[in-house]
Design a protein around this ligand. Structure first.
Ligand SMILES: [Zn+2]
Ligand SMILES: [Zn+2]
Length: 268
């Protein structure tokens, strides 16, 4: 520790850089990037605290309403809203995972939906607010899920990594989200997997691509999951192949109980 003086300086610098970036890039809706009208909409998950603890609006009113719809969309199998659904797709069940948790529904073709725009904004890697918001959503979902009998603070949180090429171009958004989620929950974060995919695959459908991508995920050198409870997170669950591959690897590495969470489940 560098003492109080150092701590105060860091806090001040954080505040100053924040103030500077807000001045240069005024706060905007994390979905549509339109300027955010002040003082409306109070849906709790639309708010985030800034570093000083003040609640901050991250969605415009239109996107907030549309996003809420994506959270409430009914699962076709269990009829529950996505944010309460625990249905695991086939590839995850094959990996021995019976419950899969997500926060909202994602429709890949519908580019104008707030849910799609949030996912693009994350993948694009330039918007800190979307990472922040995604981590807060996952924290809430993990806390409400009851996994590990609520004893997730001893768990290690890791993520399904992005292919090498995209990670180089845009960074790995789920690495940032997972690290922040772990911090919010007071859990350990681990970079447990690597992804050798070049990212140059335009063939087949969404499911075929996910299957191919899942095949290129491997355990990172030095990943230590032995005897640990693991929470593995991803942005979107489509076929479940990606998370299924991670679960298999984690189990091979000796992980104990494993739970999977995603920001979204693909509507089908
Ligand atoms: Zn908006
Ligand atoms: Zn369901």
């Amino acid at each position: 520790m560098g003492g109080g003086n150092h701590g105060r300086r860091v806090t001040f610098l954080r505040w100053a850089s924040r103030a500077a970036s807000e001045y240069l890039y005024p706060a905007r809706c994390i979905c549509c990037r339109s300027a955010r009208p002040a003082g409306m909409s109070t849906a709790e998950y639309v708010m985030l605290a800034d570093p000083e603890g003040r609640p901050r609006q991250v969605f415009c009113e239109k996107c907030a309403l549309d996003f809420k719809k994506s959270c409430d969309e009914a699962c076709r199998r269990c009829r529950r809203p996505v944010h309460e659904c625990e249905c695991a797709p086939e590839a995850l069940r094959a990996a021995g995972v019976r419950r899969a948790f997500a926060c909202f529904s994602y429709a890949p073709g519908q580019r104008d939906r707030a849910s799609s725009r949030l996912i693009y904004s994350l993948k694009d890697g330039r918007n800190r607010d979307s990472v922040n918001f995604a981590a807060h959503l996952l924290r809430r979902r993990i806390q409400l899920s009851g996994v590990f009998g609520g004893e997730y603070t001893s768990a290690v949180i890791t993520y399904a990594p992005r292919g090498r090429r995209n990670a180089r171009l845009h960074g790995d958004h789920m690495k940032r989200v997972a690290a922040l989620t772990a911090r919010l929950l007071g859990c350990e974060f681990a970079d447990a997997f690597s992804n050798r995919a070049s990212g140059e695959q335009k063939k087949r459908d969404l499911y075929g691509r996910e299957h191919d991508a899942a095949m290129s995920i491997c355990l990172s050198k030095g990943a230590d999951l032995a005897g640990r409870r693991a929470i593995i997170i991803d942005d979107v669950i489509t076929s479940g192949a990606t998370l299924g591959a991670c679960v298999d690897l984690a189990r091979d590495a000796g992980a104990g109980e494993i739970a999977v969470f995603a920001l979204a489940k693909t509507a089908r």
